[in-house]
Design a protein around this ligand. Structure first.
Ligand code: URA
Length: 279
């Protein structure tokens, strides 16, 4: 809508008139002429409608603009995954296994050992379950990783010859496993935490295989079973662990590198034979 001057019509207010009067120091006592002059001035500006009778001092009004509420801080930090103790998980899995097959499956399903990711497959055991003698090696090497059986490479062939020398044979009276069922990358030494988390499986393995004696080969096996190292000092002497008589021996891989040590290894084999024959 346009006013008489052709400009758009705007509302006017008495309050504005009175504010102008106040600003000019005239206070509220308007005489007729002043009020009229101010009204005309507003109309000239384009105001056409009165919007209130009482003056409103908008400068004195409290700030009533609605305050925009900030949204409550949103929790953006990702929830921390619950920390699991691999040893606790391993114990539960191992103790839940009622047979060697179940234990193999439980180990295969265990996801907390880094070694699993670098290995081709789980190397569980070979030989005769329930045999008098259970041999515990260190960890699979390249050939074992390929074939899925412990002690099948050069060290394994030497082990078979050593056993044959005292009438033992994995196809008849020996059961063989390792402390770790997965090959460490570049055949590096297993870390203490890897040994620790796989120990519950080893303990269960021994309990399910029910041998009469344990032969532990090399320092890693001594660490896992006896909790100590020093194979040169420990070899050939019977100890008690996992409720069984245990004899530490040089690892066949060590004997391949140090053939002069085979004499001591032979003495240890004779000690084992004597024990098995009850003499
Ligand atoms: N060395 C081991 O300790 N275990 C194997 O299975 C092979 C080599």
């Amino acid at each position: 809508m346009l006013g008489a001057t052709g400009r758009p019509i705007k509302p006017y207010s008495l309050s504005l008139v009175q504010k102008v009067v106040r600003l000019r120091g005239m206070e509220s006592a308007l005489d007729y002429h002043t009020a009229r002059a101010l009204l005309e001035w507003q109309i000239e500006l384009g105001a056409t409608d009165a919007i209130g009778n009482a003056p409103i001092d908008r400068y004195a009004l409290p700030d009533t603009a609605p305050k925009v509420k900030k949204p409550a801080a949103v929790q953006t930090a990702p929830e921390k995954p619950k920390q699991v103790d691999p040893v606790v998980v391993a114990k539960a899995a191992a103790n839940g296994a009622g047979s060697l097959d179940q234990l193999r499956a439980a180990m295969d399903a265990f996801q907390h050992c880094e070694l699993k990711r670098g290995a081709r497959q789980l190397v569980f055991a070979d030989g005769t379950p329930g045999a008098q003698v259970m041999i515990i090696g260190e960890a699979p090497g390249r050939e074992e990783d390929r074939e899925g059986k412990p002690f099948v490479g050069r060290a394994g062939q030497l082990l078979d010859r050593m056993l044959a020398a005292i009438d033992l044979d994995r196809t008849q009276n020996v059961y063989i496993t390792n402390v770790l069922p997965w090959r460490p990358p570049q055949n590096r030494d297993p870390k203490p935490e890897e040994i620790g988390m796989m120990k519950p499986f080893l303990e269960r393995h021994v309990a399910l295989a029910k041998p009469e004696v344990l032969v532990i080969m090399g320092n890693i096996s001594c660490q896992a079973v006896l909790g100590k190292r020093g194979i040169t000092r420990l070899r050939g002497k019977w100890e008690q662990a996992l409720d069984l008589p245990v004899i530490p021996m040089f690892h066949p891989a060590y004997l391949l590198r140090q053939p002069q040590m085979k004499r001591q290894a032979w003495a240890d084999l004779l000690e084992l034979k004597a024990r098995l024959e009850g003499t």
